[in-house]
Design a protein around this ligand. Structure first.
Ligand SMILES: CC(C)(COP(=O)(O)OP(=O)(O)OC[C@H]1O[C@@H](n2cnc3c(N)ncnc32)[C@H](O)[C@@H]1OP(=O)(O)O)[C@@H](O)C(=O)NCCC(=O)NCCS
Length: 190
């Protein structure tokens, strides 16, 4: 647990980690010599709860799902220590988590990618697009919205409060999802 906290504090921000985010059924770590170097935290949620959250918070480009599933896989965090990046660790962690969520009935997945407010850079957006996720809309100031506490410092911009936003992504592995004609993601810089 402390290894996951340390990793997320370095990659996502101090004051952001919540142990209740960890659902052991769908969350995985990569460890090197007992040090946690990569993590995916995920859980299964009622689809309607996810839909209502994003309708409320995001300037959605598109959230048309027909038929609506009962459950959605919620990818809460994906993070890899800087020295272990670009070696497909996040890709493998995400694939593992999606597979276990799929075994529990999820064919629809939701994830957020941080978008640095000053540069619009977002490695997470590229990661998700590479795994077949499609952009649904942006949530301005998302980091501040969910981090809340005054002591939360964004590791990307180092500001507190942070103005970084998030882009909401979904992946619908059902046949109808592939036919929805979702718009391409734009303006995230590599
Ligand atoms: C995003 C993050 C998890 C990626 O971890 P990773 O192990 O390096 O990812 P992978 O090696 O599996 O990369 C898969 C693809 O993602 C994209 N990607 C990853 N890092 C990128 C970067 N810095 N810039 C552009 N694209 C990037 C690439 O398309 C990459 O494929 P490629 O290496 O074949 O080009 C890692 O950079 C991180 O922890 N960032 C801070 C926390 C964060 O932003 N989490 C994302 C929330 S969705």
């Amino acid at each position: 647990m402390e290894g996951i906290r340390a990793l997320l504090e370095e990659c996502i921000g101090i004051g952001f980690f919540d142990p209740s985010d960890i659902d052991h059924r769908f969350s995985f770590v990569c460890a090197v010599e007992e040090r946690v170097v990569g993590v995916v935290l995920a859980t299964l949620r009622p689809y309607a709860a996810m839909r209502d959250f994003y309708r409320d918070k995001a300037a959605l480009v598109h959230w048309g799902v027909d038929p609506e599933p009962d459950v959605a896989g919620h990818i809460r965090e994906v993070a890899v220590l800087p020295e272990f990046r670009r070696a497909s660790m996040a890709t493998r962690l995400l694939a593992r988590s999606e597979a276990t969520l799929g075994d529990s009935g999820a064919a629809f997945f939701v994830a957020n990618a941080w978008i640095r407010h000053d540069t619009l850079k977002s490695p997470g957006a590229h990661l998700l697009e590479g795994r077949g996720y499609q952009a649904m809309g942006d949530i301005p100031g998302f980091f501040q919205l969910v981090g809340a506490g005054a002591d939360v410092v964004c590791p990307a911009c180092q500001d507190s409060p942070c103005a970084c936003g998030a882009r909401a992504f979904v992946k619908d592995t059902r046949a109808s999802g592939a036919e929805r004609g979702v718009p391409e993601s734009t303006d995230v810089q590599a």
